[in-house]
Design a protein around this ligand. Structure first.
Ligand SMILES: Nc1nc2c(ncn2[C@@H]2O[C@H](COP(=O)(O)OP(=O)(O)OP(=O)(O)O)[C@@H](O)[C@H]2O)c(=O)[nH]1
Ligand SMILES: [Mg+2]
Length: 280
């Protein structure tokens, strides 16, 4: 049985930084975790890259071959049929074969963290990520989507709701256990009303949204909030990378989600209790 986190979220929400902090944390507690780069446009890494999709395809290759721009290039890199065409000359059969071959190099590759590109279209517009997840599941991986949203979004209710909608869309498309993380907590100067956003009351969100938007949007706002309420998904776990306990707590939430370390229930329980004292 393998375990995997699929780290997704808008551009710049802190996915790669989270991966690197998580890796550091795991090194310090002597836990093995491999970080996989799934971003064909990535340039700099602050973590050891266990597997790198750029060995298979890069955005530059695609832009040059298909004469397209960087955003379109990334979509085409990721999109399965294009990938197949592109990689044919590289003697790879598919993205899946690449993964399978790479996995063979790791005897203990049982916990993988996939650092995904920020283009949300890879899970909203094309089935590539969904298919990739299915392949991982077939290989006996328990997979969880980890959606990061920048804490700066909470200062702006319409932005926060749009971030929630993207998360919801990922949830529906990927059909995976899902953990929402509010990243970059160190950048939030005033944390006094943060609970309002971590586990928000839909009515409060609706009235704040109505206050911010023109009256003709009232009906739309209501529908959006009802959607959010219906899926009961607007629950975020805060993440402050400066605090080891915060990383530890986030990891324990994800571990629970993918049933990792079921034998170490005690450890997780202790962490839960520790969370009560966790300063936000
Ligand atoms: N203060 C602070 N800055 C952060 C944190 N996490 C990320 N950043 C900064 O936010 C920017 C984007 O972070 P990345 O980790 O590259 O974000 P990403 O989601 O991987 O971005 P893309 O791969 O482009 O989608 C960088 O300048 C980081 O240094 C955090 O917890 N606190
Ligand atoms: Mg990144």
């Amino acid at each position: 049985m393998g375990y995997a986190q699929l780290v997704i979220g808008p551009s710049g929400s802190g996915k790669s930084t989270y991966c690197s902090s998580l890796h550091q944390h795991c090194e310090s507690i002597r836990r093995t975790m491999h970080i996989v780069n799934l971003d064909p446009a990535a340039e700099v890494f602050n973590y050891p890259v266990a597997m790198d999709i750029r060995e298979l395809v890069t955005v530059e290759d695609v832009m040059e071959q298909l004469k397209c721009g960087p955003n379109d290039g990334l979509m085409r890199c990721m999109e399965y049929p294009f990938l197949l065409t592109l990689i044919a000359f590289k003697h790879f059969d598919s993205l899946y074969n690449w993964l399978d071959e790479e996995l063979e190099n790791f005897a203990d590759a049982d916990y993988l963290v996939f650092d995904c590109p920020g283009q949300i279209e890879i899970f909203t517009h094309v089935p590539v990520l969904k298919n990739f997840v299915e392949h991982l599941k077939q290989k006996n991986f328990n997979v969880c989507a980890v959606y990061l949203l920048d804490s700066q979004f909470v200062s702006d209710v319409p932005k926060f709701i749009s971030g929630c909608m993207v998360s919801l869309s990922a949830m529906i498309q990927l059909e995976l256990p899902h953990v929402n993380i509010l990243s970059k907590m160190d950048l939030l100067p005033d944390k006094s009303n943060i609970e309002e956003y971590l586990d928000p009351e839909p009515r409060t969100l609706l009235s704040e949204l109505n206050e911010r938007m023109a009256p003709q949007f009232a009906k739309l706002n209501k529908a959006l909030i009802e959607l959010v309420e219906e899926y009961s998904m607007v629950r975020f776990t805060p993440l402050d990378l400066r605090k080891e306990k915060s990383i530890q707590f986030v990891l324990s939430e994800i571990d629970k989600c993918i049933q990792f370390g079921e034998d170490s229930d005690v450890e997780i329980k202790e962490l839960d209790e520790g969370m009560d004292q966790l300063e936000l």
